[in-house]
Design a protein around this ligand. Sequence first.
Ligand SMILES: [Zn+2]
Length: 186
Amino acid sequence: MRKGAKARPWTVAELAYLRESAGKVPRREICGKLRRSRRAVESQVMLMRSAGEDVTLRCFKSRLSTCPACGALRSRLGAEGICEPCRRRRQLEGVHAAMAGLLARLPPEERAVYAETEAETGSRADPMPRPPDTAGMGSYERARAEEAHEVAVEDWLARNLRREIKAAQKRKERVKKKLKTLEMNS
Ligand SMILES: [Zn+2]
């Protein structure tokens, strides 16, 4: 604004655009669209905030992307282009399939001893991370807290699956050993 020039009053439409776009559209773009200076836009936002409105020019950029296999938002997609929980689930299925093949070779009375029990896998699992309490947070902080929770859930899923895989592999090794002993004694 030129020195001495009068501030152009904000119209209802401009204020509505600002409310709608703040935090989503980059500040530079908002200023361009409104044809107002950075300072003018910032002081209008300050005015709104002091009136209790949840308006911020800070844009939250999510670093999550959608896993094509499960559709969840994930922080990391591996070399195969899918998230770790999906990759681990496939790995676990593979171990289970191999285990089924080995169990089928055991005599029926031995099979029950080595079969996976629900209690065995369930009791060791970590509890799911609780969603954040976003009450009283501004939109930027809320978006950040929600993203952090998504990442915590992703890590939790992967951790539990890794543990399940380990347990399943151990069981598989035990069955393999048992089969060897049976074959030697027969
Ligand atoms: Zn996935």
